[in-house]
Design a protein around this ligand. Structure first.
Ligand code: NAD
Ligand code: UDP
Length: 316
């Protein structure tokens, strides 16, 4: 297989590239580093040698890839709330123009296309847990709207290509995913908590910490994405770990796992921060035979070890 990964220098993208290289595929990674580090590319080049090609490119402009392409995994987009609040227009553009170009590439090459969508399409949900038939509760003009609406548009465009052109498309609705290799300054809850705990700084809990999330370990997610891309399921599928916890509980777990003496410090809750989030994964279980295997405790241990190592050598 020859696989294009847009956003391949990002957290999930670089794990996907590693997985594809590990099973012998060729990878074309496209990224403009808007929310990632150049340093991620070198190990992939070392591992893949001539099977790994990197193209520095903003996918909002026409994407040109020479040769055969069997699949396009479209992961390019800022994903941390901090990033998409800093880059609101770039986020809207990559969800719209970037997705259009990535679909166009897949169509030209007669390749399969997988969109990294998100649980944010459900907004601040009114039903719990969230199943794929729920249409969501999104504030289109709020600060998070730039991400949520971009992904909702991306889903609509993907389905239009599937229906109009018969393109083999897949829509994965990813719930919060974490693991080794996340940027230390990523800004999402787990990297922020781990960094603070290891440095002995206060853990910044937004609001009273009663909002919930459900955290999926990266290796589980990658398995789910691969299972979906090999299936015949063209409607959206939730991929996430249903183990739901409050953010206050997450902070306590991080303190326990790192053995840190840090305290917890409340900070203002960002606008439109969803109050609850838990994936209903009945569809993924039934149609893909997939479910996560790694407990949050185990996943946090692995991630803490990686953060400890990188912080001790002053890496980003
Ligand atoms: P990330 O920020 O680590 O990676 C995104 C990558 O996309 C970065 O390398 C960035 O530089 C690149 N990128 C952004 N805009 C680009 C553009 N215009 N052209 C080329 N490259 C561009 O984020 P992540 O956590 O790895 O998320 C990857 C994808 O998965 C995103 O599409 C995100 O919306 C989706 N997702 C992630 C999560 C999660 O919990 N990690 C949850 C839901 C959805
Ligand atoms: N959060 C927090 N402290 C942080 C970062 C995030 O309390 O340093 C909260 C945030 O308000 C949200 C939850 O943790 O309720 C998950 O945030 P994250 O940015 O990881 O992802 P989201 O689910 O909001 O996209």
């Amino acid at each position: 297989m020859r696989i294009v990964v847009t956003g391949g220098a990002g957290f999930i993208g670089h794990h996907l590239c590693r997985n594809f290289l590990g099973r012998g595929d060729e990878v074309v990674c496209i990224d403009n580093f808007i929310s990632s580090e150049r340093g991620r590319i070198r190990p992939l080049q070392d591992e893949g040698k001539e099977r790994f090609v990197f193209i520095e490119h903003n996918v909002c402009a026409h994407i040109k890839v020479d040769g055969v392409v069997d699949a396009v995994f479209h992961f390019a987009s800022p994903a941390s709330p901090i990033d998409y609040l800093n880059y609101p227009i770039q986020t809207l553009k990559v969800g719209a123009l970037g997705t259009h170009n990535a679909l166009g590439l897949a169509l030209t090459k007669k390749a399969r296309f997988l969109l990294a969508s998100t649980s944010e399409v459900y907004g601040d949900p009114e039903i719990h847990p969230q199943s794929e038939d729920y249409w969501g509760n999104v504030n289109p003009i709020g600060p998070r709207g730039v991400y949520d609406e971009a992904k909702r548009f991306a889903e609509a465009l993907t389905m239009a290509y599937h229906r109009t052109h018969g393109l083999q498309t897949y829509i994965a609705r990813l719930f919060n995913t974490y693991g080794p290799g996340m940027r230390l300054e990523d800004g999402r809850a787990i990297p922020n908590f781990l960094r603070a705990a290891i440095r002995g700084e206060p853990l910044p809990v937004y609001g009273d910490g009663s909002q919930t999330r459900s955290f999926c370990y990266i290796s589980d997610l990658v398995e789910g994405l691969i299972a979906l891309s090999k299936s015949e399921v063209h409607d959206p599928v939730n991929l996430g770990n249903p183990a739901e916890m409050t953010i206050a509980e997450l902070a306590e777990q991080v303190l326990k796992i790192t053995g840190s003496g840090s305290c917890i410090e409340q900070r203002p809750l960002p606008q439109d921060d969803p109050k609850i989030r838990q994936p209903d994964i009945a569809k993924a279980r039934a149609l893909l035979g997939w479910e996560p295997k790694i407990s949050v405790e185990e996943g946090l241990h692995q991630t803490a070890e990686d953060f400890q190592k990188r912080l001790s050598i002053g890496q980003k």
